[in-house]
Design a protein around this ligand. Structure first.
Ligand SMILES: [Zn+2]
Ligand SMILES: [Zn+2]
Length: 179
């Protein structure tokens, strides 16, 4: 369902397109640093709430509405899927979205201009969340944890137990010796 509730012009991700409306070819820039909203990420990795998101967008008046293109940049924080260590990564996300003028018969998830305002948060959220890594890694070649004792193998790639310490193996060995 298209959402027709009005936008708060003072909300950080809401901006006026008044001077662009119905003037194809006109454009303006929307460049600022905005605090990340809550829940910008997955369970494993995301942009911490309140941390800065660098927004660099171009708002362009086209026949059907306002075309938004550009990037948002943010610092991701999360947990490495292999070693559970911290992951910090600076990432740039691309945005390209068209906001239709009201009255356009468009998809349910289409974006609309409302009272000469547009809300940049939903497309920004999609751009970030859909691009997040499914398996965040602290580094490409993270060695993970020792399956036997949980030791972080990045700290010592030579880590080894020599002999298996699993008691089930000990038991088997005992049987073999008896045989
Ligand atoms: Zn790791
Ligand atoms: Zn170990």
């Amino acid at each position: 369902m298209a959402d027709f509730k009005s936008l708060d012009p003072r909300a950080p991700w809401v901006t006026s397109i008044h001077e662009l409306a119905r003037r194809p070819g006109e454009m303006k820039l929307f460049q600022r640093s905005i605090e990340a909203p809550v829940g910008l990420g997955s369970e494993l990795i995301g942009v911490p709430e309140g941390s800065p998101v660098q927004v660099d967008l171009r708002l362009e008046s086209v026949t059907e509405g306002v075309l938004v293109t550009g990037t948002v940049e943010a610092e991701l924080s999360g947990e490495c899927a292999r070693c559970l260590g911290p992951v910090h990564e600076h990432r740039t996300f691309d945005l390209q979205d068209l906001y239709y003028y009201p009255g356009k018969d468009a998809d349910d998830d289409a974006l609309f201009v409302k009272d000469d305002l547009i809300d940049l948060e939903p497309p920004m959220r999609d751009a970030v969340v859909l691009e997040l890594p499914f398996t965040p890694l602290c580094r490409e070649d993270c060695r993970g944890l020792c399956p036997e004792c949980g030791f972080p193998l990045n700290d010592d790639p030579e880590h080894t137990h020599g002999e298996a310490i699993d008691p089930r193996w000990e038991a088997l060995r005992g049987l073999a010796d008896e045989g």
